[in-house]
Design a protein around this ligand. Structure first.
Ligand code: TNX
Length: 471
């Protein structure tokens, strides 16, 4: 009961009331609760009945909670009851229940819980190194355990275009043909992507696809000469691109807008979530006046598709973006006038300060993988800030949430993804979910150490940070 990550709002352990699973234990649910019950049943190797009579009973009841993702969990000797107002709330409660379970015993007591921020995300960069659908699903499974609810996919960059666009097929077949270091590469067909989105949705995780424009576009430029200002396609790019921001779509050509319209339409049609991410970072190769004109034409395309825009915080350098536009702050300053004025005009923001949550930074000097341009970022650095007070002029109510990006230039395999993501994402999850009053490094470090065996059991290649006393 006292080891849950992220820490719940309220926990009352009653060890004498622990519940023991037997071969007869069933989980019950009705209506939209049934898929959540099935998820739990698969994890505990028990069965589901429709109705209200299971020894483990899941109930949809809006009156039981004060937040759409909230839940109440009571574990007694005879019965386990979990109530929430939505399937997402039940799913969050199920994650808590699973953390209370060990060796067929569910620790007794009561939990009441709800999230602090709406957006609790991680980003995977499959452009610099490609990850298979199976690998991304594995990652999704691990996000779900910590109540993370957004997966941002960095689908395009200089080194690779990773999503099939039927009206521009060479993007995937040419632009997706390689990656950092050469060879390899790959792309998701539209069916692959749909499958991934559905898999995430079943775990109450929303996919935010990123099409990074107008810079970071060599893969597109190599696929179609007409997208280049000089009409000549460059070679595909397999370097790390440490001097980033060297490519640009031809923002002065009409074909570029036909391209953007087609790509955004196809991606929007595949994406149930509210947001499309347009990147817009490091556009050093795009003249600023052309960049503004480009955004002035492209932002309304997203609105016309019924979606809202996310972008790296450089998106704030655009003429009057819709108030729904969410800038993702990746700087290291605690004050940025553009962010404060965005908030003043009603925009909400996503926080990803690089020295706190960039998962491609090394944990400590001397690691083989990772960058250190934002410094080394060990678990205590990830844990040691408050998104609600981090930025001047950005009060907690303006913070949509936090997100930890994992850029892939230096990564060699999916095993490296796990080492960089875990345990740091557990700290991100606690910052995103738990009330500030629960924030306590010593408690978190102890709970994290206790979590290690669960990662071992899942076969997760987590990094044994020296800051934690792993068992
Ligand atoms: C900066 S953060 C980038 C990425 C790189 C990353 C490496 C951002 C919006 N752009 O293109 O992969 O640094 O840490």
């Amino acid at each position: 009961m006292d080891a849950i990550i992220p820490a719940p709002v309220y926990v009352k352990p009653v060890p004498a009331e622990s519940f023991t699973l037997t071969s007869a234990t069933v989980v019950s649910a009705t209506g939209a609760g049934v898929p959540v019950a099935e998820h739990l049943a698969a994890q505990l190797d028990i069965s589901v009945v429709e109705g209200t009579g299971g020894a483990i009973a899941l109930t949809l009841d809006e009156a039981a909670v004060t937040h759409p993702e909230g839940y109440r969990l009571c574990v007694g000797k005879e019965r386990v009851t979990l109530a929430a107002g939505t399937p997402a709330g039940l799913f969050a409660g199920v994650q808590t229940l699973l953390q209370l379970h060990s060796d067929r015993v569910i620790a007794g007591g009561e939990v009441r819980d709800e999230p602090r921020f709406a957006h609790r995300g991680a980003m995977l960069d499959m452009s610099r190194h490609f990850y298979t659908v199976a690998e991304v699903k594995r990652f999704v499974d691990q996000l779900a355990r910590f109540k993370l609810n957004v997966l941002h996919l960095h689908l395009t960059d200089d080194q690779g275009w990773r999503i099939e666009i039927r009206s521009w097929p060479r993007l995937a077949t040419v632009g997706g043909g390689t990656q950092v270091g050469g060879g390899g590469g790959g792309y998701y067909t539209q069916d692959d992507y749909r499958d991934l989105v559905a898999y995430a949705a079943a775990r109450h995780i929303t996919v935010v696809p990123e099409i990074d424009v107008p810079g970071h576009t060599t893969a597109a430029l190599a696929s179609y000469p007409e997208l280049n200002a000089d009409g000549v396609a460059p070679a595909v790019f397999t370097g790390r691109g440490d001097a980033t921001g060297f490519s640009s779509l031809a923002t002065g050509k009409e074909v570029t807008y036909r391209f953007m319209g087609d790509v955004l339409r196809e991606v929007a049609a595949l994406t149930p979530g509210e947001y499309l991410h347009l990147g817009t970072d490091e556009t050093h190769a795009t003249p600023e006046d052309e960049r503004l004109r480009f955004l002035d034409r492209v932002l309304p395309m997203v609105a016309d598709l019924g979606k809202s825009v996310m972008g790296w915080h450089e998106i704030l350098r655009s003429p009057d973006p819709p108030v729904s536009t969410v800038p993702q702050y990746w700087g290291r300053a605690s004050s940025d006038p553009a962010m404060a004025s965005a908030v003043a005009r009603g925009q909400r923001v996503l926080l990803s300060p690089a020295h706190r949550v960039y998962l491609d930074m090394k944990y400590e000097p001397g690691m083989e993988i990772g960058y250190d341009w934002a410094g080394c970022v060990d678990v205590a650095d990830v844990y040691g800030w408050d998104p609600g007070t981090y930025m001047e002029g950005v009060p907690e109510a303006a913070v949509l949430g936090i997100e930890a990006p994992l850029w892939s230039e230096t990564l060699r395999s999916y095993a490296d993804v796990e080492a960089m993501a875990f345990p740091r994402l557990a700290a991100v999850a606690e910052l995103g979910w738990s009330p500030r009053s629960a924030h306590d490094w010593d408690s978190f470090a102890r709970r994290l150490a206790a979590y290690g065996p669960r990662w071992d059991a899942d076969g997760v290649n987590y990094h044994r940070s020296a800051q934690i006393r792993w068992r």
